[in-house]
Design a protein around this ligand. Structure first.
Ligand code: PA5
Length: 450
């Protein structure tokens, strides 16, 4: 069975020197590690029930996915944040070589982008999947209202073109879904947006794309066992090194996949790490203003942009490489232009070999420059390993949250923005918030330049 391998060597002081982690530092953090282990494995965490706890709905998801794929040309997810980044990253990682339906995720309300979507698709041949846990996010509801209006104007039944994924009881979407008799999948109560890719939020889009969702969950189950271990636990160690890093000024976590298919995993990770760990207060109500800024980079593309900063700039980063053991296909580099000796070394190799040589070379350059880095190797990019990778990062985030003493599962900063949007858009009940916003110190014209 394919697996994930975690190499933490280059994060140690023995390898990268002063800015790496010493054995003493890690040993001293043993109590913190043990406490986090107790909390993560003692507390009921909704996302941990997903790998093994959804047997009752899987067949329905698989059948619904198959019937959408055979009856429609387009499948469009309407959602944002945790209700979109999972489908985007998984769709991008695993759609290689699969056909049958055009797959879109609309995670913005940019009018130009939505107009382009409607110009591109025939909505009569489209199934929309509206995903919102709260059932009331402005962006998603606006998209749904727009889609419903267009379907109705064409005389098309909403229930033939919209599937809802939302909370069982709360929010506007469940109300609309019941009223309009929409096929509905439930987001389990204890599963928050950014931890929801392995519930119907991500499983239905994956099933529509023809992916093996049982294999995704099996990969997550394998990783749940690995990351529940008391010893040799890669998620706990990943979290520990990142959390210890914060106290050493390592305030940036770079995620750098060396595979185009994993490009959006970096975006998904960025949301998970930022929204879960970026917190003002700890669990005891103390103001801590903690967190670590996630940054995405793509190998090899960003070797020619960001790596200069990573090797010579401030010592404020820990870099994670995502390495793929075996690509789904490879391509030879032909021995063309034999009269140009300078490029002869490339001829007869493969692009896969070049990509891995570049990754290895970057790892070496970072090592020489004393920059801590970690390599996660996926044997391949498959449903199983992608499910495992997602669950690994969710577990690492849960451990990091416990080590930082914060609640990794709420998002008060995001909620504040949502409420302010309600106020600005004139939602009733938000008059006070609007007045509070209006009472802000007015902007000074001398700071505005035309
Ligand atoms: O992770 C989260 O909780 C957020 O990013 C949400 O997913 C995002 O705000 C969208 O919320 P909802 O699914 O309620 O529309």
């Amino acid at each position: 069975m394919a697996k994930l391998t975690f190499d933490f060597n280059n994060a140690t002081a023995g390898m990268v020197g002063d800015h790496g982690f010493t054995e003493e530092e890690i040993a001293k953090a043993n109590d913190m590690l043990a406490g986090a282990h107790r909390a993560v494995n003692g507390r009921q965490m909704g996302f941990r029930l997903l790998p093994n706890g959804q047997e009752d709905i899987l067949q329905d998801i698989i059948d619904t996915g198959a019937s959408i794929r055979s009856a429609y040309d387009n499948f469009v997810v309407l959602g944002i944040g945790g209700s979109a980044l999972g489908p985007i990253s998984v769709g991008h990682a695993l759609s290689y070589g699969r056909h049958g339906i055009n797959f879109f995720v609309e995670d913005n309300v940019d009018p130009e982008r939505l107009t382009r979507l409607f110009d591109t698709i025939d909505i009569g041949r489209t199934m929309f999947n509206v995903i919102t846990k709260s059932g009331k996010t402005s962006e998603t509801m606006a998209q749904l209202m727009c889609v419903a209006d267009r379907l109705q104007k064409k005389g098309l039944a909403l229930r033939e073109h919209i599937v809802a994924t939302t909370d069982e009881k709360n929010g506007n979407l469940i109300r609309i879904a019941k009223e309009e008799h929409l096929k509905t999948f439930v987001i389990p109560a204890g599963v928050g947006g950014r931890f929801s890719e392995l519930c119907p939020v991500g499983l239905l889009p994956a099933a529509v794309c023809g992916l093996d969702i049982r294999a995704m969950l099996a990969g997550a189950a394998y990783m749940d066992a690995v990351c529940g271990r008391e010893e040799n636990n890669p998620a706990a160690l990943y979290a520990l090194l990142h959390v210890l890093g914060i106290s050493k000024g390592i305030n940036i976590s770079v995620m750098m996949p060396y595979a185009d298919s994993l490009k959006y995993m970096a975006d998904w990770y960025a949301q998970l790490w930022a929204e879960s760990l970026g917190k003002r207060f700890d669990r005891d109500g103390r103001e801590v203003n903690t967190g670590q800024t996630p940054v995405g980079a793509l190998g090899v593309t960003d070797q020619h942009s960001q790596i200069q900063l990573y090797t010579e700039g401030p010592y404020d980063k820990i870099i994670t490489f995502l390495k793929v053991g075996s690509f789904r296909c490879d391509l030879d580099i032909p021995a063309a232009f034999p009269y140009v000796e300078d490029i002869a070394y490339l001829g007869g190799k493969t692009f896969g070999a070049l990509l891995e040589a570049e990754r290895s070379a970057t790892e070496y350059a970072l090592l020489r420059a004393g920059r801590p880095n970690i390599t996660i190797t996926m044997d391949d990019v498959s449903e199983y390993t992608v499910g495992a990778l997602l669950h690994f990062f969710e577990m690492a985030t849960a451990y990091a949250g416990e080590m930082l003493g914060i609640d990794a599962f709420d998002q008060p900063g995001v909620e504040e923005g949502k409420l302010a949007t309600f106020a600005l858009m004139g939602k009733s009940g938000f008059e006070e918030k609007k007045a509070e916003m209006d009472a802000q110190t007015p902007k000074k014209s001398e700071w505005i330049i035309e």
